[in-house]
Design a protein around this ligand. Structure first.
Ligand SMILES: Nc1ncnc2c1ncn2[C@@H]1O[C@H](COP(=O)(O)OP(=O)(O)OP(=O)(O)O)[C@@H](O)[C@H]1O
Ligand SMILES: O=P(O)(O)OC[C@H]1O[C@](O)(CO)[C@@H](O)[C@@H]1O
Ligand SMILES: [Mg+2]
Length: 427
């Protein structure tokens, strides 16, 4: 379950040297607690005669590396938008200010571009008043971006503004960038901590059981599926086809299909299918039941589509449009069968990620922000706040970015999807 070459041990800038101001208001602190990686007896079996792997548990420490009353901190959001970004920003600012008394907080605009001070971008000065009600809105107060920046430029800004803890909220790319930055900072012998807060609407980051914004996105996605079902039932041979986000991992499509169990075909990148098998199964479904709902993740069936080979600023491959492709193929096939049909194609696209977080995600974002602040103040660096086995934990960035979290076809999740949709094996 763990690559042998990678450690679960998080880097620390140095020995702690200042009392935590929280000592005045709380009595419990994290001392030696660790979160187990194995979560079942079977996963524990190989470790009967040696200590099982574990993460440092997240939470406030009695002693800190930084004297919070004297430092500046910075925060940025990078990569695609996700519900809850503003909640995380607000949580970090409130926690830095009220729990730790940090006097200066910079909000870097448009991700790493702002940190590199590109295009004359100046950081915002963040206070509780500035972030007061941002959690009620979607998007990110700071803006976001894709595209690489020079490590030297970013470190220069951190040095110029005397930032001692940087919080980077973003996906796999952002976390890789944060790790590269943290390592270069260590190499230069600087006392600056870099703390990642994992953001992924696709829920595809390892050691994060459920990422923030994911539940909200699934909720929004189910609205599209409900509409697709209504449209499908409202027409002779009605087919509701919905394309949902998910470049490499189909968790949104799988969970939305389970939440709206009217879906008959759930297609995800992790489970390739033969087009003929899918079209044949769709025809059978239409003949038997008169309508069908198809949910497809944007990264599914890419091997069936021509690739432009184009990449975005961050190097992510631009995908072919699987929704339009399936609409065309379904039409062609059903016309050939002489079946009466009507396809309604829905692409909710950015609608599922531009909204404010729901209550469960907001609560989760608040905790993530608080734990990130505790970690930074204690001098932890090159880490992200994970959520594993029901606990917030410190996860080294090298471990978090080593692989992508995907749906395993044998997993209980995918087996439940197969059960709920009744779709046949189309491999
Ligand atoms: N290997 C890497 N090393 C350093 N920086 C990276 C690396 N990969 C990506 N980045 C930088 O991280 C930032 C965000 O990356 P990216 O656009 O892939 O979004 P992301 O954080 O993965 O979020 P999303 O989940 O929306 O894709 C970009 O500025 C990108 O250049
Ligand atoms: O169009 P953008 O902003 O590059 O983002 C789109 C992509 O970002 C992701 O949400 C990942 O964060 C993909 O699922 C999605 O297709
Ligand atoms: Mg990414």
């Amino acid at each position: 379950m763990l690559p042998d070459s990678l450690s679960t041990q998080v880097k620390v800038l140095g020995p702690t040297r200042f009392p935590n101001p929280l000592l005045q208001i709380r009595s419990t602190f994290v001392e030696r607690d660790r979160v187990l990686l194995p979560s079942t007896l079977q996963e524990l079996e190989p470790y009967l005669h040696r200590e099982p792997p574990s993460f440092e548990m997240a939470g406030p420490r009695r002693e800190l590396f930084f004297d919070p009353s004297t430092i500046a901190c910075g925060i940025l959001t990078c990569g695609g938008l996700c519900p809850g970004l503003n909640d995380v920003l607000r949580s970090v600012v409130l926690s830095l200010t009220y729990a730790y008394g940090v006097p200066t907080i910079y909000g870097f605009r448009y991700g790493y571009a702002g940190l590199a001070a590109k295009n004359g971008l100046e950081p915002l000065s963040l206070t509780p008043a500035v972030v007061e009600d941002i959690h009620t809105k979607g998007g990110t107060l700071l803006g976001s971006s894709r595209g690489p920046q020079e490590l030297g430029d970013m470190i220069e800004t951190l040095e110029r503004l005397k930032v001692r803890v940087l919080f980077a909220v973003g996906g796999d790319g952002t976390l890789r960038g944060a790790s590269a930055l943290a390592q270069e900072i260590l190499r230069r012998g600087l006392e600056i901590a870099v703390v990642g807060i994992p953001k992924t609407i696709d829920n595809d980051i390892l050691w994060v059981e459920r990422s923030f914004g994911f539940a909200t996105a699934v909720e929004e996605a189910t609205r599209a599926l409900e509409a697709a079902h209504a449209e499908a039932r409202g027409a002779l041979g009605g087919i509701g086809l919905v394309k949902l986000m998910g470049r490499h991992s189909g968790f949104i499509t799988a969970h939305a299909s389970l939440a709206n169990s009217d879906v008959n075909f759930c297609l995800v990148p992790e489970v390739p299918f033969r087009l003929e098998a899918f079209l044949g199964a769709l025809e059978a479904r239409l003949r038997a039941r008169g309508h069908a709902v198809v949910a497809v993740a944007e990264g599914a069936a890419q091997e069936l589509l021509p690739s432009s080979g184009e990449r975005d600023a961050s190097g992510n491959l631009r995908l072919g449009d699987v929704g339009l492709f399936l609409r065309g193929e379904i039409s062609r096939y059903l016309q050939g069968c002489g079946l009466e049909f009507s396809i309604k194609y829905i692409d909710p696209s950015y609608i599922i990620r531009g909204v404010a977080a729901n209550a469960a995600d907001s609560e989760y974002c608040l905790a993530l922000g608080q734990h990130a602040v505790h970690a930074g103040m204690a001098g932890r660096t090159d880490l992200m706040i994970g959520y594993w086995n029901g606990h917030f934990a410190y996860v080294p960035l090298a471990l978090a970015t080593a692989q992508r979290k995907q749906i395993h076809p044998q997993s209980e999740l995918w087996q439940r999807v197969l059960g709920a949709t009744g779709q046949p094996d189309m491999s």
